[in-house]
Design a protein around this ligand. Structure first.
Ligand SMILES: Cc1cc2nc3c(=O)[nH]c(=O)nc-3n(C[C@H](O)[C@H](O)[C@H](O)COP(=O)(O)OP(=O)(O)OC[C@H]3O[C@@H](n4cnc5c(N)ncnc54)[C@H](O)[C@@H]3O)c2cc1C
Length: 400
């Protein structure tokens, strides 16, 4: 049997899968449509690169919603501790932040990518084909690539597809592969934005644009998330709303507006908030009271003004209630291409426990191209890498 594996897609999943397979003594041909590797990983590195999370596996796997059970198995097999150890062996040290999230210590995404790439190049069995866009695959496992030198066709016994989701298309993750997958009789689900911004019809968008709300709590009962929000002229961005995107997007899909509330002072009770508002000096302006007695930021004042009427703003009891539970109506998600991640793609029922397509033995699917979702916080990278581990273990057991 051919001991060469063809991996298509040179994002994080494709690179890690290549590394795991090479370590097992197998040969890897890696095909990537762009002229560079892991461009989305590099984009992720521009924010706080959150590689995984340190929480125990039983808690960790709950972050994968309806696929909790499957990811529990995957993460038990290759945990966040294993991921950190793998990085350490590549020369990348990590640390656990106060939130339990895991970050690289003094190493950029570009440097991590360089270490992974140089490690791959140390294996004689590794060949990289850049600017190779997969344009066809049939059940005989014949692959067609568009290249700078025209169409290239080849056949492979073992194929791992790591083609990513459908956001940030500039990085190569454009989801156009779904037509190829459908032509094989494999079901894919529509792509949806996850970990995405939401649109709000503000009364006065320019007054809030670019302001940060810190130490707030977004509530969409029974779900809630403490954290930060970035107020933009079009709506809301930031960790506290991204974390609820799975639930909010689902509801918005039905075509109705979705009501959330924001607690601007989650550490104060309603009673204390009322007491502090009532303790204002007679001639003090409401703005001054809100700043001095409650420590509200400029951003908090602006969003309050945007989401309350004048009458509500000047009535202390109503205002206290709004501070503790400010109703905001979400009218839509931001466009798919802006999302940090996407759900949709290859339906989970199309793959077996080892992520092999049930109707085309020898073809595996890994990473964001499968229909799963998880919040930001390192859960996406860990999910991709634990899947890469499962597939490489399966192929290793089969071929070595
Ligand atoms: C701004 C931002 C910040 C993020 N921050 C974090 C974070 O801190 N922590 C976290 O866990 N996750 C984060 N993510 C999400 C994470 O980057 C992705 O979930 C992860 O990169 C998915 O890896 P992947 O290899 O499955 O897909 P991708 O990284 O999308 O890779 C897919 C690859 O396939 C290639 N490809 C596509 N079609 C073809 C084709 N037809 N032929 C050949 N090649 C093709 C693409 O060019 C690409 O290189 C962030 C994402 C963004 C956008």
């Amino acid at each position: 049997m051919d001991k060469k594996i063809s991996i298509i897609g040179g994002g994080l999943s494709g690179l890690v899968c290549s590394h795991f397979l090479l370590k097992k003594g197998l040969d890897v041909d890696l095909y990537e449509c762009q002229n560079g590797l892991a461009k989305k990983f590099l984009v992720a590195g521009k924010g706080g690169l959150n590689l995984t999370h340190s929480e125990p596996t039983y808690k960790f796997s709950r972050k994968y919603f309806e696929h909790e059970e499957f990811f529990h198995e995957l993460i038990s097999e290759f945990s966040s501790a294993d991921l950190r150890q793998w990085l350490l062996e590549l020369g990348v040290e990590t640390f656990v932040g106060s939130s339990g999230r895991v970050f690289p210590s003094g190493c950029t995404a570009g440097e991590i990518l360089a270490k992974i790439s140089s490690s791959l190049n140390n294996y004689s069995g590794f060949t990289l084909f850049k600017s190779h866009r997969l344009v066809g695959l049939n059940i005989e496992k014949e692959l067609s690539f568009e290249t700078d030198n025209g169409l290239k066709k080849l056949r492979a016994d073992n194929i791992v597809l790591c083609l990513g989701g459908a956001s940030w298309s500039i990085t190569g993750s454009d989801g156009k592969w779904s037509k190829i997958i459908n032509s094989l009789g494999v079901k894919t689900n529509p792509f949806r934005p996850m970990n995405c911004g939401f649109e709000v019809a503000w009364n006065d968008p320019s007054s809030i644009d670019g302001k940060f709300l810190k130490n707030i709590c977004v509530k969409y009962p029974p779900h809630e998330k403490k954290g930060e929000l970035l107020l933009t002229s079009y709506g809301l961005e930031g960790g506290a709303i991204y974390a609820l995107s799975y639930f909010l997007e689902k509801e918005l899909r039905n075509g109705v507006e979705v009501g959330i509330t924001i607690d601007l002072k989650p550490d104060l009770s309603l009673e204390t908030t009322i007491l502090r508002l009532n303790s204002a000096k007679a001639k003090e302006s409401t703005n001054t009271t809100l700043r001095k007695k409650l420590g509200l930021s400029v951003a908090a004042l602006e969003i309050l003004k945007n989401a309350t009427t004048k009458e509500e703003y000047f009535d202390k009891i109503t205002l206290a209630n709004r501070i503790k539970s400010l109703p905001i109506s979400l009218i839509g998600t931001r466009p798919l291409d802006e999302a940090i991640s996407t759900s949709g793609g290859v339906d989970f029922d199309e793959v077996d426990q080892n992520l092999m397509l049930k109707n085309i033995p020898g073809v595996y699917v890994v990473g964001e191209m499968l229909d799963w979702q998880a919040p930001t916080g390192g859960y996406l990278f860990q999910g991709c890498i634990s899947m890469s581990h499962r597939v490489s273990k399966t192929l290793g057991d089969l071929l070595t």
